[in-house]
Design a protein around this ligand. Structure first.
Ligand code: FES
Length: 327
């Protein structure tokens, strides 16, 4: 988890839909907030009643920054109320102007491709948030891009005031006329080495878009994705036999049993290991494997990163009796 927290104030709050609240955060003294790249998110420390939390018993949740990245005096978050969640989003909905909120500095593993000349942004529901920041940045850079925003209905779509008549934006409502429905094959078109695809949204939407793009011949490297929820449960991440994790730098050796993650064991032994989401979706816990065979169970690493020895301690395990980490 972040060792460094920023205190912010909620300076604006509006209900974009009946389930989405948009919060603008600023530094308490009006100072500039840290720079962020489009696609970045922050960790937010919330409690059951909303407001600033100082203790470790607060909930930590990740929310994408959806305002223009050049805006340094305020960050914008959009939060969907998820009644089935552990309460983080409902706490965020209870925040009011003037409330304090503690956040981490921005982090990003979902950036804009530096090499693509064209960018296809495909958003499902609240997954529009990181893609909106990307659209702001691409617009400012004069880049070629197209944003497809899919929502169940017009009433459930946020940011329509800024998106509706934008020439680069296509809106798709499940309950709308056939002509505006999301046709994935048309949206992504044929594979093009100069185009990058970015997808964010609910798991089913992401799986549909990604499998459609792969089936159409797009390479996995062209598809950039960010998941808000893991494809496997925490129990599934922690299932499996016992193995030993060896730390190359400190020399520590610890047993990882069924029901524990590598990260659980490292933290229990006082190892200063990085982490944030503990769900295999943020990439904050990534370390390098030096020896042994990993059993990757995350939703963040690409095949290339796995081949390069990257490993998520929060969700992945070992197929070999011992795994040596660069820690
Ligand atoms: S802590 Fe987020 S991927 Fe491991």
């Amino acid at each position: 988890m972040s060792n460094e927290w920023l205190d912010t104030l909620v300076v604006a709050r509006r209900e974009a839909t009946s389930r989405i609240v948009v919060l603008d955060l600023a530094g308490p003294d009006g100072t500039e907030l840290p720079e962020f790249a489009p696609g970045a998110h922050v960790d937010v420390l919330v409690d059951g009643s909303g407001g600033l939390v100082d203790g470790s018993d607060g909930l930590v949740r990740q929310y994408s920054l959806c305002g223009p990245p050049h805006e340094r005096t305020r960050y914008r978050l959009a939060v969907l109320a998820e009644t089935a969640s552990r309460g983080g989003s409902l706490s965020m909905h209870r925040l009011r102007e003037g409330d304090r909120l503690r956040i981490s500095p921005p982090r990003n593993r979902f950036g804009v491709s530096a090499t693509a000349r064209r960018h296809l942004l495909l958003a499902g529901g609240i997954g529009v948030t990181p893609l909106l920041a990307m659209a702001h940045a691409l617009e400012a850079a004069g880049a070629e891009y197209e944003l497809h925003y899919c929502a169940r209905s017009r009433a459930e779509a946020a940011f329509l005031d800024e998106l509706e008549h934008h020439p680069r934006v296509r809106l798709h409502f499940d309950d709308g006329p056939d002509a505006q429905r999301f046709a994935v094959a048309t949206a992504i078109g044929r594979p093009d080495p100069d185009t990058a695809i970015y997808v964010c949204g609910p798991g089913g939407f992401m799986d549909f878009v990604i499998s459609s793009a792969l089936a159409a011949g797009w390479g996995a490297d062209a598809i950039h994705k960010e998941r808000f929820a893991p494809t496997e449960s925490a129990e599934a991440h922690k299932a499996g036999g016992t193995f030993t994790v060896r730390l190359a730098k400190s020399g520590g050796e610890y047993e990882v049993k069924e029901g524990d993650s590598v990260l659980d064991v490292l933290l229990a032994h006082g190892v200063d290991a990085p982490y944030s989401c503990q769900q295999g979706i943020c990439g904050e816990c990534i370390v390098r494997v030096l020896a042994g065979e990993p059993d990757h169970r995350d939703d963040i690493l690409t095949d290339r990163e796995r081949a390069d020895g990257m490993f998520t301690t929060c969700s992945s395990r070992a197929l070999s009796p011992t795994l040596e980490l660069d820690l």
